[in-house]
Design a protein around this ligand. Sequence first.
Ligand code: ADP
Length: 398
Amino acid sequence: MNILVINCGSSSLKFQLIDAVSEKLIAKGLCERIGIDGSRIVYQPAGGEKQITETPMPDHNKAIQLVLDALTNAETGVVKSLSEIGAVGHRIVHGGEKFASSVVITEDVISAIEECSDLAPLHNPANLIGVRACQNIMPGTPMVAVFDTAFHQTMPEEAYIYGIPYRYYEKYKVRRYGFHGTSHSYVSKRAAGVLGEDIGKLKLIVCHLGNGASVSAVKYGKSVDTSMGLTPLEGLIMGTRSGDLDPAIIEFIAHKEGKSLEEVMQILNKESGVLGLSDQFSSDFRDLEDSYQQGKPEGTRAMKAFAYRVAKYIGAYTAAMNGVDGICFTAGLGENSPLIREMICGYLGYLGVALDPEQNAKRGEDLVVSTKDSGTKILVIPTNEELAIARETYALVK
Ligand code: ADP
């Protein structure tokens, strides 16, 4: 069965068509600038050439129609008709406490996702626009919602509760949820496979280090803690997000700079992280690594603070699980930067960690990058959130 995986944002829509049985990618692409001038669709069949077509996309219905036209195109398409698409898997950012696993989408599910929109006002409504557009154009095709938060619903209360009046949890569900759950789940399962062990017996730490970044503690296959909170702003220093800070800073900066709450939150989300630490030099770790290698202060400051924060979380989660068997690196930076792995592992001597420099220099595959004698295994596992969504979807509709 072919599964269409959709990741819909407010003005963009990423898609992949995956054969759920062979788990092979059939085609992928994205629509950009939906509802804005200069919209375009990028489409690429597996092994084929990338096609970029500029065409008006006033709304998401049009975008989905163009995706389906591209997939069924007589010359460059990959399926003969829409009947060859068995189901659609939608990435939904926030499932609140309502969803601890993926679900087949019904009207009740859509209402429940709408109710979670308070918690992710930028993401959930955009995700639902994608669901509605697909329902309009493919009525009768089953759809599944796969949530970024679901995997972390196994966190115990002591890990998810904030030290603020309990009534805010009761009234508004203010608590830690965590994100990147699809990736943390996929990578932890895969790591168990690479280690040849039963995930039910392993204590793993997964470091998803991309532009957005989070760490999770996965004990015996279940998430027991993760670094993002009510929103993705908490935790690690990220590309442009601050991560953890003293909340008093918000009032302090607002007061000193004459800014509103909204303006300060915008700064913490968009101008902070390694971008802020490098004095607005770059949020891209490739630039920061160059700067660090040249001994310049911008990249050095940002890279060191980033690595230190990850190492602190690894220490915290080792304590939370009373030990750790394997530490996994994934996502853009975690998969592609031997340097950042080396800097982070430099803090882990107390775990007996020893990196194998030759293994650590490789990329593009599942790898154990620690030496045979290393006290804790270090792994690099390329994440594949789309495949994980296709698997979840297939499991529910087959
Ligand atoms: P997201 O999905 O959150 O946008 P990604 O997982 O695509 O992020 O990761 C993007 C980050 O990965 C960027 O900061 C980018 O610089 C970094 N990255 C990608 N390739 C490399 C590389 N070869 N070396 C260092 N960093 C890299």
